[in-house]
Design a protein around this ligand. Structure first.
Ligand SMILES: NC(=O)c1ccc[n+]([C@@H]2O[C@H](COP(=O)([O-])OP(=O)(O)OC[C@H]3O[C@@H](n4cnc5c(N)ncnc54)[C@H](OP(=O)(O)O)[C@@H]3O)[C@@H](O)[C@H]2O)c1
Length: 288
């Protein structure tokens, strides 16, 4: 039985990992969030890993407020770069295994072909640059790690696009949603399952490897919102708006389409279509 540390366990992904772990008798899980283990403090990380004989760290923690990050640069880098470096250094020192989550925001979104994990990165926002710096910090330690870049993450937990659309759909007759950014929505429950597949097959991983993970299929935010309204039988109209008109603080990739083929090739993992996973999540939300 391996001891697995989950950081950021109260976030969206952390909560989905917790749900999965309840039916997993092969591993013993240590769930922590910032109150139990602040990953910006390397002594705390070192102590925790030693005391609990941790063999795998799953880093579900992060600074994820993309627009706020533009004015909160120091804190964003502290969590996304420096704390990631702490986890990688402890992973290396103890010769254990790290799963870290990164983002499509490391790309500039100008490519018209799907991004492969080894394509050159070119982040455009503070958040994107801080996550790219976290990836670089892992590579610099040479620890045994899998870095999974994901996009448009949502779940039944925390704050996310699906929950916001459902709230607005109930409150308003019409809303405007960006129609010139396309990408792959990712249900955090599916990502959690893939992470546990990677953990189960970690003996085959040497050094640091990168993967891209999103649900199958490509949509714009506007089409995604339409589908959410349809699934919830809400009559709220979803009108188009351009990224420029919408005017968010942080720039976003116009096209963040991933090449997902390595997920199946290397792990035999079948990624569900986005429509199927959206239904699954909305079903869970309606049971809450
Ligand atoms: N959300 C997306 O659309 C998206 C897209 C692509 C990639 N990702 C990546 O996916 C990962 C998981 O995202 P998520 O949406 O599940 O994030 P989330 O819901 O924001 O959860 C992150 C968790 O990390 C905690 N945390 C912050 N600072 C910490 C620290 N110093 N020590 C320990 N825990 C700390 C947060 O606590 P507080 O809430 O108290 O700060 C929160 O509970 C992140 O790496 C993110 O960059 C997310």
């Amino acid at each position: 039985m391996s001891n697995i540390l989950i950081t950021g366990a109260n976030g969206q992904l952390g909560s989905c990992l917790k749900d999965l772990s309840h039916s997993d008798s092969w591993h013993s899980f240590c769930y922590t969030d910032v109150d139990e283990l602040d990953i910006t403090n390397i002594e705390q990380v070192e102590d925790y890993v030693s005391k609990h004989n941790i063999e795998v760290i799953i880093n579900a923690a992060g600074y994820t407020a993309v627009d706020k990050a533009e004015a909160d640069v120091e804190r964003c880098y502290l969590i996304n770069r420096d704390a990631t470096r702490n986890l990688a250094q402890v992973t290396k020192r103890h010769d254990i295994f790290l799963v870290h989550i990164s983002t499509d925001y490391v790309f500039d979104g100008t490519s018209d072909v799907p991004y492969k994990p080894d394509d050159p990165i070119n982040p455009q926002s503070v958040y994107g640059r801080s996550k790219a710096a976290g990836e670089a910090a892992i590579m610099a330690t040479g620890c045994r790690a899998v870095v999974i870049r994901t996009s448009w993450l949502y779940s039944e937990y925390g704050n996310n696009f699906v929950k916001t659309m459902l709230r607005l759909g109930r409150e308003r007759d019409e809303i405007r949603v960006v129609d010139d950014q396309k990408g792959g929505p990712t249900y955090a429950g599916d990502l959690a399952q893939f992470i546990m597949t990677v953990v189960g097959q970690r003996n085959f991983i040497e050094g640091t490897k990168f993967y891209h993970f999103a649900n199958q299929g490509v949509v714009s935010w506007n089409e995604f919102a339409h589908q959410i309204m349809r699934n919830a039988s809400l009559s709220c109209k979803v009108l188009p708006v351009s990224t420029a008109e919408y005017g968010a603080a942080a720039p976003r990739p116009a096209s963040s389409i991933f090449d997902l083929s390595a997920v199946n090739q290397d792990f035999g993992f079948e990624i569900p279509q986005w429509q199927e996973s959206l239904k699954k999540c909305m079903q869970k939300l309606s049971n809450q």
